[in-house]
Design a protein around this ligand. Sequence first.
Ligand code: CUA
Length: 172
Amino acid sequence: MYQQAAWFTTIIFIAGIIGVFVYVLINSSQKEEYASVKHKGHTVQKFYFLGLIVVLGIATTITLQDLPFDRAKAQENQIEVDATAMQFAFELSQNEFKVGQPIVFNVTSKDVNHGFGIYDDNMQIVAQTQAMPEYTNPVYVTFKKPGTYKVLCLEYCGIAHHVMQATITVTE
Ligand code: CUA
């Protein structure tokens, strides 16, 4: 969707630029008074500029309608999960959930700064935040499909940073 919007926008811009070049090329052989040529050029510029604003305005409006991830928001019936990061593991107060169940992970750290990234089984990121000592950062997640999800650390936190992970199981 976003790729397509970007692609079409690019095509439209390129077509517009080609159009201006072709216009200039066609008119370059005609002899005209300087004042007249200048006037025509300005008209083309003005149309192209206005066109650019309209196209960009529409493209911006369409592409900003929807984010590629859920907007973070608290829900009344959400499950509260304590998620504590430490060198070099995650501690989750619960790691089995149902599809469609709103969850808030209250993420903090026992020692240094860590990352808290939830990945689905295609290793696509679902949600993430920083795990910071003395702070609690909420991550609101509602799993849309069953599977085994992974929590990985997204912040280099020491020699065994790469082994920091936890598993979340989501069922129907
Ligand atoms: Cu914890 Cu990297």
